[in-house]
Write a protein that binds this ligand. Sequence first.
Ligand code: ASP
Ligand code: MG
Length: 423
Amino acid sequence: MGLVVQKYGGSSVADAEGIKRVAKRIVDAKRNGNQVVVVVSAMGDTTDELIDLAEQVSPIPAGREFDMLLTAGERISMALLAMAIKNLGHEAQSFTGSQAGVITDSVHNKARIIDVTPGRIRTSIDEGNIAIVAGFQGVSQEGKNITTLGRGGSDTTAVALAAALDAEVCEIYTDVDGVFTADPRVVKKAKKIDWISFEDMLELAASGSKVLLHRCVEYARRYDIPIHVRSSFSGLRGTWVSNEPQGDQKVEHAIISGVAHDVSEAKVTVVGVPDKPGEAAAIFRAIANAEVNIDMVVQNVSAASTGLTDISFTLPKSEGRKAIDALERAKGTIGFESLRYDDQIAKISLVGAGMKTNPGVTAGFFEALSDAGVNIELISTSEIRISVVTRADDVNEAVRAVHTAFGLDSDSDEAVVYGGTGR
Ligand code: ASP
Ligand code: MG
């Protein structure tokens, strides 16, 4: 008998009908002879609604209470799901993250899982129950406060439980049929990927692909837990994410795995920086001290006559204010002329381990963008990724152009989006 962990996202359990549909699917997995542990997200947009509510009461809600509030969303769905399963004649028990043994650090709103002690879950399934666990939450080791893992954190809960319970697979059910060669909401001709390596999936997630969270894939790779991403609406076989393809998992896209895009970043330009040693260090030390994470960095050639240069970097829009404040404070000691902040940018990335050994990928990428009339503002690369920053207005067209140029378009319109918002 195998142990399967299944995770259902908010759009799969958006209403009573959805919960009943998911309950049937869970019961099927149990009938097939598996032990089943289910991780569930909050119904539909519940988390967003709770956040709105908190902000109406207090502009900067206290982390502890905020987490207490947000975890209520998953409590609702887990209890309803357990009821729906019982209604189908099977035994089910629901557990909060804390009851399931999800132990985290004390960083409210984006806690990290540091240990999973799933004793109660093990007992429950050994007694023949289906265990339903509230995703996205845990309890802090120090202080024993309720924490949340950051938006979309239920995926990480699922993989962490799969690892702790030594599950055969972690199935992530979502509102698309798997991982696609581009966001199917943007590219109608995106192709479903049959199998993708942890390595490529990590780069896609880091580049803005929302189907799986970076942290979740990182966790799965560390514990070698295969992930099967699939739709709770269609029942089709989805995308396998693992170290090596297994059985009949096809490896189709030898060179390029996909195109990802991200509109959540902004660009800061520090104008008129003296071109001498220590300046860049001072700028990024100020940013680091403000605990802001940056992404790309570019320094322009200094015009010899002025001895000044510009440094641009990108960062999440949500950190923009903090970064600008930190630089303004340090302006006197660092010495630069001015700051520019631009949040109308997009990042487009091409990902694939095959580009390590195939010349011409960068040229092809830039040609596709130029043919589409898209201007490139910043460039960064890793061994298996090329990213550019463009105007936000150009993003959809740019993604489609690159997707077509690299032969990723499918012959059929197989990319179906069943619901939700891509998260
Ligand atoms: N409900 C949480 C969110 O919307 C966690 C999740 O969906 O994974 O971010
Ligand atoms: Mg959600």
